[in-house]
Design a protein around this ligand. Structure first.
Ligand SMILES: [Zn+2]
Length: 350
């Protein structure tokens, strides 16, 4: 796949453009870990799995109940089919069952299919418990293109987060914190942001060029994170705030939408080109206005002002909240800024 001329750091996962049903017909006995949709749509055209797991949530207690039923079914491979929950659940059970993994992302809203870190929730907080490298990532452009456009546009979140992630990392290094600055990783982050800017209308259209760009960007991000052993160039206070917010409210959002919202808000707090982030979110047509996401002002301000305590409690990387005091005034200003994003009628964004 060669969507753009680009930099790659680390060894990216093998990614092929093929029809998902065709792949399933060739892999032998498999356990499918799915979201539905699209499973019901895909299943009639594919050989039935030995075992079917409907992905539900990433709580480790729940995930552990899924493992034993897979063993003894004769499954020789685990296939993740769907969005973030299906792909993340597939990673966990493949790792626990020691079976090869094939990932078939059917929306481009998250990078889960292209990262090797296995993230689970323990008492509502995200923990990384291991790594698994998929044998193959399958890109079925037609299947992805048939998903609600909203879910594909949300894919900007985990790329746009380079904007605030890089800023956090630079500031943390300047204040004497590890990991050390890495010029190649920083350049990759900057390059991804420039390419995102160029591809933004294709992403808004959810055309093949837009889908290919998102998948290829995730692939490069996943490879770079694996090579570096951290994800500082791509994950910073926008993610940390999202974790704090989800922990406090128990809310479950489309990951990329929450991250797109948070990147605009955190860029404002960082005084870091918030207009750039806002412009890209606007042009992508992604749903990111707080009222569309059901985010309330009071909770936003409380979690942003309290981000330092949350981040220290969770031992997250050093970010803007550690280096500067985020006052209720600054949080209120960020809220006012992010509230200037366009509203999207959720039913009309298709
Ligand atoms: Zn993310």
């Amino acid at each position: 796949m060669n969507a753009t001329q680009n930099t790659t750091i680390g060894e990216p996962f093998e990614c092929v453009e093929r029809a998902a049903a065709q792949v399933l017909a060739e892999i032998g006995p498999y356990t499918a870990v799915v979201n539905d949709p699209p499973w019901s749509r895909l299943a009639p055209g594919a050989p039935p799995p030995k075992h079917l797991v409907a992905a539900a949530n990433m709580d480790v207690k729940h995930l552990d109940t899924l493992v034993a039923p897979i063993l003894g079914t004769g499954s020789e491979v685990v296939v993740g089919i769907g969005g973030g929950t299906a792909l993340d659940t597939a990673k966990y059970v493949a790792w626990k069952c020691d079976l090869p993994l094939i990932q078939i992302p059917t929306i481009t809203s998250v990078d889960a299919g292209f990262t090797e870190a296995i993230g689970v929730r323990i008492d509502g907080n995200v923990h990384y418990v291991g790594t698994v490298v998929p044998q193959q990532v399958v890109l079925d452009l037609e299947l992805i293109g048939s998903a609600p456009k909203r879910l594909n546009r949300a894919g900007i979140g985990d790329i746009l987060s380079c904007h605030t992630g890089l800023h956090d990392w630079r500031a943390a290094v300047d204040a004497g914190h590890s990991p050390d600055w890495n010029e190649a990783l920083a350049a990759l982050g900057a390059e991804l942001l420039a390419e995102l800017d160029d591809a933004i209308d294709d992403i808004a259209d959810v055309n093949p060029a837009g889908i290919r760009f998102l998948a290829d960007a995730y692939r490069r991000i996943g490879a770079a994170c694996a090579a570096a052993g951290h994800s500082r160039f791509e994950e910073g206070s926008e993610h940390f705030w999202a974790y704090a917010y989800e922990h406090k409210t128990g809310a479950h959002h489309v990951h990329g939408e929450l991250i797109a919202f948070a990147t605009v808000a955190v860029a404002h707090v960082q005084r870091n080109g918030a207009e750039f982030a806002s412009r890209l979110v606007t042009r992508s047509k992604a749903v990111a206005h707080p009222a569309d996401l059901g985010i309330e002002r009071e909770v936003f301000i409380k979690t942003l002002v309290g981000l330092r305590d949350y981040a220290r409690g969770q031992n997250l990387d050093i970010g803007v909240a550690d280096l500067h005091e985020i006052t209720p005034q600054a949080a209120g200003d960020a809220w006012a800024f992010v509230s200037t994003l366009p509203r999207r009628n959720k039913k009309a964004v298709d």
